[in-house]
Design a protein around this ligand. Structure first.
Ligand code: AMP
Length: 487
């Protein structure tokens, strides 16, 4: 099958040839004819499969007729993160070189004024994260009644990030008669429900998941002390010893650890950038550009910030923290070994990580081999120190543990620079409960309206572990007993 068989316009075919693509990927071959036939499409595929071109190429063909009107975009693409949204813009630039279309990017972290001006000029393609889109809508700067085609991309990630209520609101604002393309890497029941609700008689197109495609990735576990400074030391040794390391992404579970680890590695002479949701847009793009161009060969990142990034040919992935969710492991290591290239994925494992590890091994259906011995091979000194602390912590009452967590939280927000010991004590505190993550739409009471004035891009575009308000710390004055005098 060639691109010419799919029904794409000449302008698009020229751009595809210029991009050097000779054959459509399976998701492109299966989805593009249905998109051009104006069918709704349910695409079960993830980044790395060529899914972005599966919707951008037919959209470009379709947009060749018709004109945009001020404030009324003709098509709308919703993305969960700013980076993914920016990547879709890049796709339109690459494949749309022969077109004169207005493409607007509406994401948080940048000024409203430029975005307003773009919307005023009339937009053929509006690419947005849900929070900022709603902000524009609420400011009266945008009308969605002219949207002919809606793309909801990375739907399962939208669910993880608590964006579904926003998506439901947005879908209600676009015409019922629109065409909808809905993409998700996985189809949990909540996503099936949404697909049923948003799509009308869709064509289902499914391509294989990376769990089965990752055969070119050499995976290794590396036993480490769980103590933060020792863990960083293990990572440095691993990076220095890694064979054929061209470039690598180092994943942490928490955004504050991303910044900490990046500074530590830089101090030890590594050329390294950081990517997490608290960085402003310019800093994120700068970090990504440096990494993509090869100028900065290492990138420390959190899951949300790195999800779906199109970074070709990453030679190594290091899991500084083992992910809490097994699926994240598959996504992380999927950054390497792409398009049949060899890849290497190393995961640091300390005591206390056993449960996460077995969930991962269950998901991928195979044990991951250890590099130079398992946890039992850790040196006596490290193991003992670790054990001692673990035992002490394990022996505490739950209320004590809570206090320790609150203390950790206070320290993070305090002004005094933290010593290495304090940092490692914090790293050893039990993970903050996932229950603090934004609620999913299914958990919202039926009559509860989504909060209108929130800033989802800022609040939720990351791992969600930043305490809101006072976090778990309750000031002493609030705890004083109150005596109510009888009248
Ligand atoms: P995506 O899944 O959209 O993130 O795309 C993954 C990568 O595949 C991107 O670098 C695209 O430029 C590339 N790509 C998309 N379609 C094709 C194709 N038909 N042939 C070769 N590479 C492609």
């Amino acid at each position: 099958m060639s691109f010419a068989d799919l029904g794409l316009s000449d302008k698009v075919l020229k751009a595809v040839a210029a991009a050097g693509y000779t054959e459509p990927t399976p998701i492109q071959a299966n989805a593009i004819p249905h998109v051009l036939a104006r069918r709704d499409v349910l695409g079960i595929a993830q980044t790395g499969t060529g899914k972005t071109a599966a919707f951008t190429l037919p959209m470009l063909t379709m947009l060749e007729t018709g004109r945009a009107r001020a404030r009324m975009p003709r098509t709308l693409i919703l993305e969960p993160t700013r980076e993914l949204a920016a990547q879709v813009v890049e796709n339109f630039e690459r494949y749309g070189t022969n077109h004169k279309l207005n493409v607007a990017l509406i994401i948080g972290g940048v000024s409203f004024a430029d975005q307003d001006a773009k919307l005023m000029r009339g937009t053929d393609v509006l690419i947005a994260t849900p929070g900022r889109l709603l902000d524009h809508f609420e400011r009266g700067k945008l009308l969605l009644t002219g949207v002919e085609l809606l793309v909801i991309d990375e739907a399962d990630r939208m669910l993880d990030m608590g964006f579904i209520p926003d998506i439901e609101r947005i879908v209600k604002m676009v015409p019922f008669t629109r065409q909808t393309l809905f993409f998700s890497a996985t189809m949990p029941p909540e996503i099936e429900r949404l697909a049923d609700m948003f799509l009308s008689n869709p064509q289902r197109v499914e391509v294989s998941r990376p769990a089965s495609a990752a055969t070119t990735i050499e995976q290794k576990l590396v036993a480490t002390s769980s103590e933060a400074a020792a863990k960083r030391d293990t990572l440095r040794k691993l990076i220095r010893a890694a064979d054929e390391l061209k470039n690598g992404i180092i994943f942490c579970n928490r955004k504050r650890d991303v910044a900490l680890l990046q500074r530590s590695l830089a101090k030890h002479g590594f050329s390294v950038a950081a990517l997490h949701g608290d960085m402003d847009q310019r800093a994120r793009m700068q970090a990504l550009d440096g990494f993509r161009s090869g100028e900065v060969p290492l990138l420390v990142a959190s899951d949300v910030a790195a999800r779906g990034l199109d970074i070709p040919a990453v030679s190594h992935v290091f899991n500084f923290d083992i992910p809490h969710h097994a699926e994240d492991y598959v996504h992380r290591i999927g950054r390497t070994g792409r398009a049949g290239r060899a890849g290497h994925a190393f995961t640091l494992v300390g005591r206390g990580d056993e449960r996460s590890l077995s969930a991962i091994e269950n998901l991928i259906g195979q044990p991951i081999p250890w590099l130079d011995g398992d946890l039992a091979s850790l040196s006596v000194g490290e193991g003992d120190a670790d054990e001692g602390r673990t035992r002490r912590r394990g022996g505490r009452k739950e209320s004590d543990q809570k206090e320790a967590r609150a203390e950790g939280g206070r320290r993070v927000r305090g002004r005094r620079p933290r010593s290495e010991e304090e940092q490692s004590a914090e790293a050893k505190a039990p993970p903050e409960p996932r229950a603090e993550a934004p609620r999913r739409s299914a958990e919202r009471a039926p009559n509860e309206r989504p909060r209108e004035n929130r800033r989802p891009d800022h609040r939720r575009d990351d791992d969600g572990d930043t305490p809101l308000g006072l976090g778990e710390h309750v000031p002493a004055f609030l705890m004083r007993p109150v005596t109510i005098k009888k009248g």
